[in-house]
Design a binder for this molecule. Sequence first.
Ligand code: NAP
Length: 500
Amino acid sequence: MKHNEKPSALIMIFGATGDLANRKLFPSLYRLFEKGNLSENFAVIGVARRSLSNEQFQENVKNSVQSVASNSNNIDEFASHFYYHSHDVTDSDSYVALREMAVQLDEQYQTKGNRIFYLAMAPEFFGSIATHLNEDGLTNVQGFKRLVIEKPFGHDLKSAKELNNQIRTAFSEDEIYRIDHYLGKEMVRNIEVIRFANAIFEPLWNNRYISNIQVTSSETLGVEERGRYYENSGALRDMVQNHMLQMVALLAMEPPIKLNTEEIRSEKVKVLRAMRSIKDDKVDKYFVRGQYGEGILNGQKVSAYRDEQMVDPQSNTETFVAGKLLIDNFRWAGVPFYIRTGKRMKSKSTKIVIQFKDIPMNLYYKTEQTLNPNLLVIHIQPEEGITLHLNAQKTGNHMNATPVKLSYSNTGIDGINTPEAYEKLLYDCMRGDATNFTHWDEVALSWSFVDNISQHWQQTQTHFPNYESGSAGPKDSDVLLARDGFFWWPIGDLEVEKYQ
Ligand code: NAP
């Protein structure tokens, strides 16, 4: 595709009446349409079991984009590109009718025979949908064909391999776009720019100058109505295997020789290969799991995980994970990467703190001062931006070093909401840019790392619940860092002064 060319495609969304389609996919497509990033040559077929007419489906689409539409005049035009096919994905006969509809829309919208298949439904269907698409000729197209697939990609390495083999019968690796929506987030994409476009950071980005790196992703929400899914997943599979390890890989990778898909992925794969495998008894030294009990959040009493809907009252599923990762290569030997993720924590925040080593000689000891370490904080959500923590002298404060912060806030400066991750990922997929999707090699390496931990946890006792809702997680998570002489930088706003 030429650089300025607008993508044309027929997009089939499987699970078009579901939550993801309505909350994320339709609004993201609308924003692309509104900004003029989609050509007129696009059409969408929504697929789900319930019976809806095209008009009813278009009405759903209009309702879903209403809140993001700045110009209500173009909503009708946008929705007119949407069609509905009532179809049970397990019913072989129905794929033939879907193919006929697709052929007709290809013609009507001059889509150049390009097709995107977006699987926005439960993962147990992924394999059989891919097989049907292939066997019933839906992937037999003139243009490109791409499969977009939601998480979770398998439950462990074995099931991920089985799923991969199944979808590879219909799509080649470079046609598979495995979504990790963290990779669509503005500031996660910005990690590369911060690192590789600034002369002041890259020379320091190694074990000579960095003491440790902390990646936190905390939520205040509990498991809500996702109990059934979460009981079989837990925080390790739901967050660590994908989002947390992807962020670590971006932080730790070597500068790629080019900023293209193959080179970036290949550097990320090297990081995952260099990650020290943690298994058996070592797991307890490097990883901490937790499950929330009841507690108070925003002044409201909230219930324990074991009392949530569709959760076993004796459940041993973890809702919190903290871990220490070591990357055994020349750049990172000896630098711990601490990761932490949990539900029902005291605040919602995803951020990365890079803590630099103390300077070799502290001249300010004379004034009985301890200096704060320099920190580079990358705020991913809900705030987006970067903060650099330095020491400087405030006016009139003779010979005293005071912590100061230099901050850049994405939303503050632009004055508009930054585009949603899904909008960027959908656009990337239409343009054929797979950089921010996960390659099979990354998925496989992440599962092998995570499987060792979950296997050990399955065989050992838990003492759940072990953290209160509204807290910063179990005490053992603090002990994990204290053993190395570190502590977690706070989850909410980072006020260094308080931590001297
Ligand atoms: P959901 O609300 O339960 O929607 C499921 C969709 O699948 C519905 O449209 C349902 O419609 C359709 N469906 C179910 N069985 C079907 C069948 N046999 N044949 C055809 N259609 C069928 O689920 P969701 O929250 O949108 O999640 C979808 C996927 O995205 C899951 O893999 C989830 O893990 C992933 N995901 C979701 C989110 C999110 O924000 N929601 C975030 C990250 C990942 P009918 O009942 O009409 O058939």
